[in-house]
Design a protein around this ligand. Structure first.
Ligand SMILES: C[S@@+](CC[C@H](N)C(=O)[O-])C[C@H]1O[C@@H](n2cnc3c(N)ncnc32)[C@H](O)[C@@H]1O
Length: 291
């Protein structure tokens, strides 16, 4: 099978993807080491699980569906702590889902935003959750809109804005696709749009939706809401939305734009490669990057 074109996010001082395999991954967040389930780690781990267990402070144990608990493997495991990325800090916390409120594979997108966004540009973060991308945009001085249909997720993003002593991110508690469609009707445009939709989700009123039903509208409306020199970042994790579909749709809606459609990956310290879904990036038309 031909290998997909890939873009790699890399670990940094405060975060390390240490190892993966056997359906789990081993990560270091500051001084705290965790083990959590990872569906894409279908290969053998670099280190034996006994070594993981000796190192880790916390392990996420699935109880029902997507939910579960963090089990303390050491006495000094905190409930919340902060993690730094460059000049920004983010609050980590043991959630009842298998994450800690930050998605380190997004690092390559934070860097992309830093490179292509400028003070006073308008930036739209759809499905924004932790607000890491919103904090990066606001730190640069962009007029930042952050949309999420979960109050808990919005509160986590607000906590991160406050932790970074930033002000005036525009919080929108709404279904992302509906908000984007309304922005198109209002004739509003953004210099940067990021969207990181889950494979399936709920709107603000609990309505169910699946990405495969929404992706065409999301992409066509994003194309209309993007300023002529703007950029788009779109991550997808849904098995029903493969690289071929993203390629087809992006060549319809961004036919005249520089773009890349790639698999997002991260390498472990033990040299395993873990996939984090697919990534479409449409570049600002003035960008000099090679594609
Ligand atoms: C994969 S997470 C995004 C993570 C984000 N990129 C980050 O770095 O923190 C998906 C987010 O989409 C939100 N969500 C799910 N369905 C939604 C919908 N219909 N409209 C708006 N947000 C939605 C969830 O509440 C969740 O916060």
């Amino acid at each position: 099978m031909a290998k997909n074109k890939q873009i790699s996010s890399t670990s940094w001082e405060d975060y390390e993807l240490m190892d993966a395999g056997g359906g789990k991954k081993l990560e270091r967040w500051g001084k705290i080491i965790t083990i959590r389930p990872e569906v894409n780690a279908y290969f053998r781990s670099g280190l034996p699980f006994e070594e993981w267990n000796n190192m880790a402070h916390l392990e996420f144990i699935v109880k029902k569906g997507q939910q579960g608990i963090w089990k303390n493997l050491k006495k000094d495991a905190p409930n919340t702590w902060n993690l730094h990325y460059e000049k920004l800090a983010f609050e980590l916390k043991q959630t009842s889902y298998k994450h800690l409120g930050l998605f380190p594979e997004q690092r390559t997108n934070w860097d992309f935003i830093k490179k292509h966004l400028h003070r006073d540009d308008k930036f739209l973060n759809l499905f924004g959750y932790s607000g890491a991308a919103s904090c990066m945009a606001r730190y640069i001085g962009a007029d930042t809109y952050h949309v999420d249909s979960s109050k808990t997720a919005l509160n986590a993003a607000k906590a991160n804005m406050e932790l970074n002593k930033l002000l005036n991110i525009r919080w929108v508690f709404e279904d992302a696709a509906k908000f984007l469609a309304k922005e198109v009707q209002r004739g509003h445009q953004f210099h940067g749009i990021q969207m990181d939709p889950p494979a399936w989700g709920n709107g603000a009123k609990g309505e169910k939706w699946r990405l495969e039903d929404q992706i065409d509208d999301l992409m066509s409306n994003a194309a209309r809401a993007l300023s002529p020199n703007g950029f788009l970042i779109m991550n997808t994790y849904s098995p029903s939305v493969d690289l071929a579909l993203i390629n087809d749709l992006s060549s319809i809606y961004f036919s005249d734009r520089k773009k890349e459609v790639v698999e997002l990956v991260m390498s472990t310290t033990t040299k395993k490669t873990l996939s984090f879904g697919n990534l479409l990036r449409v570049f600002p038309s003035t960008s000099e990057e090679n594609h």
